[in-house]
Every structure is written in C-alpha cells, then in structure tokens.
Design a protein around this ligand. Structure first.
Ligand code: UGA
Length: 433
C-alpha cells in the first residue's frame, strides 16, 4: 500500500514516520522546502522523543521520503490530510485555509480507488463539505481524527486509546482500507469506532473541550483553595479516587497552553455560535478565562515575592507549554514572562529544549544556557514547566548558585519538603502558604 501525508508539521511528520514504520511506502508532502529537506535527512524540525529514530529508520529503509511536490501523492491508496487549523487572526474561529489549499492542490492528482483521510482538527461540517469537492475525482473521503499528545506522539500514534473513522453512510470500502492501514494497531486490541462525519469531527473537539474543562475545573478549585487555605493537590487526589472522576488531568497550576486546547475550545465556541448554539458552549468561555487568570495569578505571586525581598529579577525555569516538548505556542510559562516584562521586571528563562523556539517568539527574553546560569543573580525563582530535570534538581546545590530563597512553583511539582530543608520557601498555586 502507498501512503501520502499532506502537511509535515507536528501531526503529519509523526504520522508519516509511523506509517513507514508499519511497513508502508510513505511520502510526506509539505510546502516548506527547508522542513522537507530536514525531514528527508531523518531530522525532525521539532523536539519529540522517539521521532528521530523512527524517521531515520523509515528514510534509511527507503520507505519514507519527503517532497514539496504534491503530484507525488498521485497513485497513493491513502492520502492523509494533516495540515494545521490555527486560530484565525482577530477571530476565535479555526482557519481552514491550509485544509482547503491542501485539498485544492491534491484534486488534480486524485482518482478512482484513492481514499483521502482527514486528520486535522476541523469545525463540524467540514468533512461533508470536502467530500463534495473530492467526489467528482472518483476518490472518496473519510475523517480519522488524531488524539496524540506532544511528548508522547509516537506512542499515541502507534498505540492509541482508540481509532475513530468518520465515513459516509455505507462506505465499507473506506472502513476496509483504514482497517488495512491500521491492521497492526487493531491487532493490539485497540477499540475502533466507525461513525458518521459529524460525530467523528465532534469526538475530536469535544474530547479536547472536556480535557480543557477538567483542567480549568481544578484550577477554579485552586482559586478557592488560595482564599480558604486549602490544598488543591490533596483535593485532586481525594476526588480523583472516585473512578468516575479520575485523577488524570487534575493537576492544578498554570493551566493549559499549546497549539491545540486553547484554540480548539475557541473554535468550538465559534462553530457552535454559527450553528445557533452560542449558549450551549458559553461555559467554554469561562474555561478559557479561568485558564488565563492562572497566568495573572502566577505573575502577581512572583511580583509579590520580588517586592518582599526588594528584588527585581526572576528566573523562569521552563518555557515550553509542557515538558518533553520545545513547543511554545500559547505557552503559559512564556506568557508569565511577558506579563513580568511588561511590568518592568527583569526576566531570565531557561528550558531544556525550548530555548530557541522561545527566543524566536519572545526575542526580548534573556535566555540562559543552564539552570545555574539562569538562577545566578535572580531574586526569585519560578517554575513554569514541569520538566523532570527540574524535579530532579538538588535544591542544596541550587542554593549555592543563587541568593534567591523563594520558588514560585507554577506546576505544583517540586518536592516542597526537600526545597524547604534546603532553605527555600515554596509558593504554589492553590496551596496553603
Ligand atoms: C492535547 C490532547 O491531550 C491530545 O489528546 C490532542 O490530540 C492534542 O491536544 C491535539 O488536539 O492535537 P497536547 O496539546 O499535546 O494534547 O497536550 P496535553 O497533554 O493535553 O496538555 C495540554 C496543556 O494542559 C499543557 O499546557 C499542560 O501543561 C496542561 N495540563 C495538562 C495541565 O495544566 N494540567 C493537567 O492536569 C494536564
């Protein structure tokens, strides 16, 4: 089977490498020549554990190549659409320009027997619209949303929790083709759901909306905990023991960021409004506001601690939106740096992987090459991303590098007892002081 993947960003590059690892002859297509060139050498243009090995294996075996020429998708059995659907500037809606452009460029190369499979996160109704565009070529369309998490992308692609196929009624051929693509995933006993287009599209956006809601719920509890002197982590542990609630995604702190959850809950509300259901998803506006308020709270706590010691300089440990990633799209940590800079504070940041990406997005930020360099001369330390490297720091050693004696832990992840023993006061979000 021949497979093409249009769009070699986060989703597409991982998907193409995964397809090649399953033994398929795979071509990745992207308009960005430098990205194509790097991927062709087996080098991902972003940090993702396990991906370099998978890419190099595919490229080395001659099963995986990358090109800017969409004509090379011609004759493929399956063409995945994995382009981005970012937030439209000046609006909450998703920008479908890349999806539409991908389909338009692909159209002359489609023919009978080919299956176009959308993976991008799209507003409900998009698949039905695109199916009309694809149909006259003789090809068919299916929608197969992706649930991978950055940092676990390879594992989530090859061993997902579930596979969702959105197909037109009675399109058994599309189901069979997708089953053939995912045969080795299905062999592991992975649940596979065959749905209509609208349900498949909604599964994706509602899953992300639910996850965002779960995080903002616990962060709302953190706001209350701060007022009454309760501990949100212990609260999460206690309610999480109820299997109906579950402990996962109840980590209070700086909240969610990244290229998916924030823009997806906004696009979902925008789509609901278009459909006459603005009220139905109005609560997601609150989810968004709670999330953003945590960034203000963190900045306020840092400022309070700076003022308390008459200092001005803060070291932010962690700049990526989450650990094991160099992605700084809508990064809460970077946003806090921005707030503090605007307030006239001096901020130095460090991240194990996101130094370059952070420097591009916030060029005014001073970026250190190590934790020791970041904390030297700082008056207050802050933790913005829960990298394992930070959890494993020896606070006794850190105390020798810096005069700071307070850490504002934006992810409630440091071992407060160890840091206290080393002379630091640890201030958390939603924790008693
Ligand atoms: C998210 C979803 O988890 C994936 O299932 C989905 O496929 C993906 O979006 C997508 O739509 O492409 P991702 O953005 O990689 O994946 O990151 P998550 O692990 O969901 O984390 C999102 C944010 O929430 C991070 O900033 C993280 O720090 C924060 N978070 C997560 C919390 O603040 N608390 C938690 O308990 C969990």
């Amino acid at each position: 089977m021949k497979i093409a993947v249009i769009g070699c960003g986060y989703l597409g590059a991982v998907h193409a490498a995964a397809m090649a690892s399953l033994g398929f002859d795979t071509v990745g297509v992207d308009v960005d020549a430098s990205k194509v060139e790097r991927l062709g050498r087996g080098e991902p243009p972003f940090f993702e554990p396990g991906l370099p090995e998978l890419l190099r294996a595919g490229v080395g075996a001659g099963r995986l190549r990358f090109t800017t020429d969409v004509a090379e998708a011609a004759g493929s059995d399956v063409v995945f659409i994995a382009v981005g659907t970012p937030q439209l500037p000046g609006s909450d809606a998703a920008d479908l320009a890349f999806v539409d452009a991908a389909i338009a460029s692909l159209e002359p190369h489609l023919g009978a027997g080919m299956l176009v499979v959308g993976k991008s996160t799209v507003p409900v109704g998009t698949a039905a619209r695109l199916a009309e565009v694809v149909r006259p070529t003789g090809a068919r369309l299916a929608w197969n949303p992706e649930f991978l998490r950055e940092g676990f992308a390879v594992q989530d692609t090859l061993a997902p929790d579930r596979l969702v196929y959105g197909v037109e009624p009675g399109d058994d051929a599309a189901v069979e083709r997708l089953d053939a693509v995912y045969a080795s995933v299905l062999e592991r006993g992975t649940e596979r759901l065959v749905l209509d287009f609208a349900t498949a599209e909604l599964v994706k956006v509602s899953a992300n909306a639910f996850l965002a809601t779960k995080i903002s719920f616990i962060n709302a509890m953190a706001e209350l905990a701060e007022t009454v002197g309760a501990d949100v982590t212990l609260l999460a542990d206690a309610i999480g023991l109820d299997a109906r609630i579950g402990r996962r995604f109840l980590n209070a702190g700086l909240g969610f960021g990244g290229g998916c959850l924030p823009k997806d809950i906004r696009a979902f509300q925008a789509r609901a409004s278009e459909l006459g259901h603005a009220d139905t998803l109005a609560f997601l506006g609150e989810v968004d506001r709670i999330n953003l308020r945590r960034r203000d709270r963190m900045a306020a706590l840092i400022e309070r601690e700076l003022d308390a010691v008459g200092g001005d300089r803060v070291a932010m440990l962690g700049l990526a939106f989450k650990p094991d990633s160099d992605d700084v799209r809508d990064s809460p940590a970077l946003d806090v740096c921005r707030h503090l800079q605007r307030a006239g504070r001096s901020v130095v940041g460090f991240d194990p992987q996101a130094r370059e990406t952070a420097g591009r997005v916030l060029p005014s930020l001073e970026i250190a090459g190590s934790v020791a360099d970041a904390v030297r001369g700082a008056d207050v330390l802050a933790l913005g991303t829960e990298w394992r490297d930070f959890r494993e720091l020896d606070p006794v050693e850190v105390a020798q590098w810096t005069q700071a004696r307070v850490v504002v832990d934006g992810r409630n992840t440091l071992d407060a007892a160890r840091w206290s023993a080393a002379g630091f006061r640890v201030v958390g979000l939603g924790k008693p002081e």
